[in-house]
Design a protein around this ligand. Structure first.
Ligand code: PMP
Length: 295
């Protein structure tokens, strides 16, 4: 599904066949979950294939690596260039791009010298955006920022997300919404969360959540559309009086939510400001106005 016989990936400076790549059994990433990665989208824009907010994503990859004591030698510009090459070599336009920095042999709990840089990509269809999600309050909390760097995109952190999404799906929901260690709403398993009340938006502040690039884009769009956004802590109970809500993330884009547990949001998606944000986001990614290009 992700690759076939002819798929080309970037690995340590070379463009090679995906099926020829081997990773080691003694890798620190495989054994202990210490690796960093990104989730990026490219779009077929009016000006050709463009990676959305490439610089922001590759800069965040650098920040994640630094937090985890991983030496990443390629610059953001070099990584962006390699990502465009991977798209070109695989003839991809609307795609999902996954750079991953994974580590070589090291069975001890110390920084690892051998650092591998890979970029893979696969086709990611056009967004439809009309399916609303049913979301449950997860029994899992997001990792405590005192036990990890929650703002870094670390492979091992995603065991928490897998548990939360699996629980939600097993109970018939599409997705999970998780609290932080203090019981405030934090975010989804792979997306940030906003709710709408009286035309305004509320979202969790930075600190106990992953600092989403889409979340930042929502702030930009809300400002342009003259919608207020409050960043503050709130308990799950407050969502039961909200008018509408959505998840946002690179993969999810802006996904409207129909229900939170048993509560159905009363405002129809079509009449919500949330939907205006969703449409503005679609317009933003389809233009190359805010993307960087180093090729
Ligand atoms: N929260 C979590 C836990 C995530 O994994 C993601 C996806 N990377 C997000 C939020 C959204 O981040 P972004 O908008 O940068 O994709």
């Amino acid at each position: 599904m992700y690759f076939n016989k002819s798929t080309i990936v970037f690995l340590d400076g070379e463009y090679i066949n995906a099926s020829s790549v081997k990773t080691g059994l003694y890798s620190q990433t495989l054994n202990y979950g210490n690796g960093v990665f990104e989730g990026i989208r490219s779009y077929n824009t009016t000006d050709g294939v463009r990676i959305f907010k490439a610089k922001e994503h590759f800069d965040r990859l650098h920040a994640s690596a630094e937090k985890m004591h991983i030496k990443l030698d390629l610059t953001s510009e070099e990584l962006e260039h390699a990502a465009y090459k991977v798209l070109e070599k695989n003839n991809l336009a609307d795609a999902y791009i996954r750079p991953i920095i994974y580590l070589g042999e090291n069975m001890s709990l110390t920084p690892t010298d051998v650092v591998h840089v890979a970029i893979v990509a696969w086709k990611w269809g056009n967004f439809l955006g009309d399916d609303l999600l049913n979301v449950m309050l997860s029994s899992y909390q997001r990792p405590n920022p005192k036990s990890c760097h929650i703002e870094a995109k670390v492979t091992g952190h995603y065991t928490n997300s897998i548990l939360a999404t699996t629980e939600a799906k097993s109970k018939g929901y599409h997705e999970a919404l998780l609290t932080d260690m203090n019981g405030f709403i934090a975010e989804g398993s792979g997306a940030n969360f906003f709710f709408e009340k009286d035309g305004k938006f509320v979202t969790a502040p930075l600190g106990n959540i992953f600092a989403g690039i889409t979340r930042e884009t929502v702030f930009e769009l809300a400002k342009e559309l003259n919608f207020k956004v409050e960043e503050r802590f709130f308990k799950p109970e407050e969502i039961y009086s909200a008018d509408a809500a959505f998840f946002c993330g690179t993969a999810t884009e802006i996904s409207g939510i129909r229900k939170f547990n048993e509560y159905e949001f009363p405002l129809s998606w079509e009449d919500s400001n949330s939907q205006l944000i969703q449409r503005a986001y679609q317009r933003r990614v389809a233009s190359n106005e805010y993307t960087n290009l180093y090729i």
